[in-house]
Ligand binder design. Sequence first.
Ligand SMILES: [Zn+2]
Length: 123
Amino acid sequence: MNCPKCNNKMNQGIYICTANDNRILDSSGNLVFIYKTNQIDADDGEIGSYNDVYYCGSDSYFEPYDKQAVTEQELIQSVFKNKYTTKTIDDVLTKLVNAGLGTTEEIKNILKSSNPSVTDWSF
Ligand SMILES: [Zn+2]
């Protein structure tokens, strides 16, 4: 995907909320640029909320996209929409069972078939 402003190839990263700002991180977690500054209480649930994005560092442009999880941990983060979540795959299963999507065993099968790129399932 190319940047609509400068036509350079865009990179994959995340747009994440921290206590001080909303920022773009590259795929290794390094800061690319700060989009805007924040003042959020450290215990605010917003902190760690994120979107997967394509970004252009040259002109601070980014747009979200749906990233296919490649690890169980990425799936957990995406279900709870928080990069710093301490939830586990058991919490994911509980959440989906409680949402009425099926039994635990059915949901394990759904997760596996809908996330074929994840190879490190712990169940
Ligand atoms: Zn650009």
